[in-house]
Design a protein around this ligand. Structure first.
Ligand code: GLN
Length: 191
């Protein structure tokens, strides 16, 4: 099994280490040919506008759109989730996304950097896992084909924080920044 890690910007190394700890080959994806032969892809956290820009300049934007349309299994964390969503609010005026996951997200929807926080999450099929939220996108609505695997109540009602629509997964938080590999395991096992 080969699960690539989109390596244009953001916390790439942490995802590679997680996958390596599960015995999964994790080649870096920086150019279109590196999408070939992948069983899955992780789109890391970082800065969605920067990653979107680099997807264009690297020539990856369209080839990745094609792979997503063909059903490539993908896990987007934080900025990665933003890039997969159908609707992005509080984005840059020219911000684009793949619309592979039928959710509406608000960038920095839990507040800016100083409002970053850690909590515990109850994940369907996994149990309690640590949730690290850094300038995290808030999932404000989900389409009917989207399965909610975890929610977090930030004091104003529960919001989805781990979602899945078929082969496309999104997390508002950073499962790669903890010592707990069970979210990665769940994703890899689904492939
Ligand atoms: N707020 C960032 C963005 O809009 C995402 C933050 C993150 O990935 N930790 O891209």
């Amino acid at each position: 099994m080969r699960v690539g890690v989109l390596a244009l910007q953001g916390d790439v190394r942490e995802h590679v280490s997680m996958l390596a700890s599960l015995g999964v080959a994790a080649p870096l994806v920086q150019q279109p040919g590196q999408l070939d032969g992948l069983d899955g892809l992780i789109m890391p956290g970082g800065e969605s506008t920067a990653i979107a820009h680099l997807l264009e300049t690297s020539g990856l934007r369209e080839p990745l759109a094609e792979r997503l349309a063909q059903g490539l299994a993908v896990l987007g964390t934080c900025a990665g989730l933003i890039l997969l969503s159908t609707t992005v609010t509080d984005g840059r005026s020219d911000q684009w996304s793949y619309a592979a996951l039928d959710v509406a997200v608000r960038r920095n929807g839990y507040g800016r950097q100083r409002a970053s926080f850690e909590t515990e999450l109850d994940v369907v099929g996994v149990g309690r896992v640590p949730g690290v939220f850094i300038r995290a996108p808030r999932v404000e609505s989900t389409g009917q084909n989207v399965q909610v695997l975890a929610e977090h109540d930030h004091g104003d009602g529960p919001c989805p924080v781990l979602v899945r629509q078929g082969a496309v997964w999104g997390a508002s938080f950073h499962p790669e920044l903890t010592g707990d590999s069970r979210i990665h395991r769940l994703f890899v096992d689904s492939i």
